[in-house]
Design a protein around this ligand. Structure first.
Ligand SMILES: O=c1ccn([C@@H]2O[C@H](COP(=O)(O)O)[C@@H](O)[C@H]2O)c(=O)[nH]1
Length: 243
């Protein structure tokens, strides 16, 4: 199965902080950098350019969720950036997902670049059963909800989903071999308590069959981000075991 290098979420406020992290993370294997809402809304395309200039593959995680026409046009703009992965909420429904995918492909074609892989957000890793039932009033179990969003995403032609590694087995039961499961909510130790609810260690994500892990604060807020990245990367890719 395809496994990508870890994706490091560069969730910082300023260009300088982002660039400092990019410069530190220019190691082998070079991580994929994830640029999210904080950085992109604050700085715009310039930060994507800075990452690409340094040779990083870019995951632009903007989690689009709007009416189909708006998503189509926004995705076309994202497609023109020549990034590698991007996201859309599965909850927006099939019409919105199809419009997003079409926009992404049209934008990429216009710019003469490869279209990014489009991933559907299933249930955010900060959601647990209690929130799902008591606040979202969803009757399905969390795992059933994620599984059904994954089926929808595959049906309309998306490359994969964002989910917790806890749900990979259920997703693999209903999707094809090439369908990607990208998993945030990664914590090197379960002792860390924060907003993430469905957490998994890098080694467990590997065992569960994650195609790519997303790790932010455990790396970016570490005293030594490079050492933290390398530890996560070794635990996830475990190249010794691959031989
Ligand atoms: O379900 C989701 C979807 C996206 N994310 C994003 O991943 C990173 C995780 O960062 P940590 O600091 O490791 O918690 C962050 O950018 C989220 O926006 C997610 O966590 N869960």
């Amino acid at each position: 199965m395809k496994r990508f290098v870890p994706m490091v979420a560069i969730d910082v406020a300023t260009k300088q902080e982002a660039i400092d992290l990019f410069d530190k993370l220019m190691v082998k294997p070079q991580p994929i950098v994830k640029i999210g809402m904080e950085l992109y809304y604050g700085l715009g395309q310039v930060i994507v350019k800075e990452a690409k200039k340094r040779g990083f593959k870019v995951f632009l995680d903007l989690k689009l969720y709007d009416i189909p026409n708006t998503v189509h046009r926004a995705m076309a703009a994202i497609g023109r950036l020549g990034i590698d992965f991007t996201t859309i909420h599965a909850a927006g429904g099939s019409e919105m997902l199809i419009a997003g995918l079409a926009g992404l492909e049209e934008g990429a074609k216009e710019a003469g670049v490869e279209p990014a892989k489009l991933l559907a957000i299933t249930q955010l890793t900060s959601i647990d059963e209690k929130i799902l039932h008591e606040q979202q009033h969803v009757d399905l179990s969390l795992i059933e909800s994620v599984q059904s969003y994954a089926q929808l995403a595959e049906k309309v032609g998306l490359a994969g989903v964002v989910c917790s590694a806890h749900e990979i087995k259920a997703i693999r039961e209903v999707t094809g071999d090439d369908f990607l499961c990208v998993t945030p909510g990664i914590r090197p130790t379960h002792a860390i308590k924060d907003d993430q609810k469905r957490v998994v260690t890098p080694a467990q994500a590997r065992i569960d069959g994650s195609n790519a892990i997303v790790v932010g604060r455990p790396i970016t807020q570490s005293f030594d981000p490079v050492a933290a990245y390398q530890e996560v990367q070794k635990a996830f890719l475990n190249e010794e075991e691959e031989k």
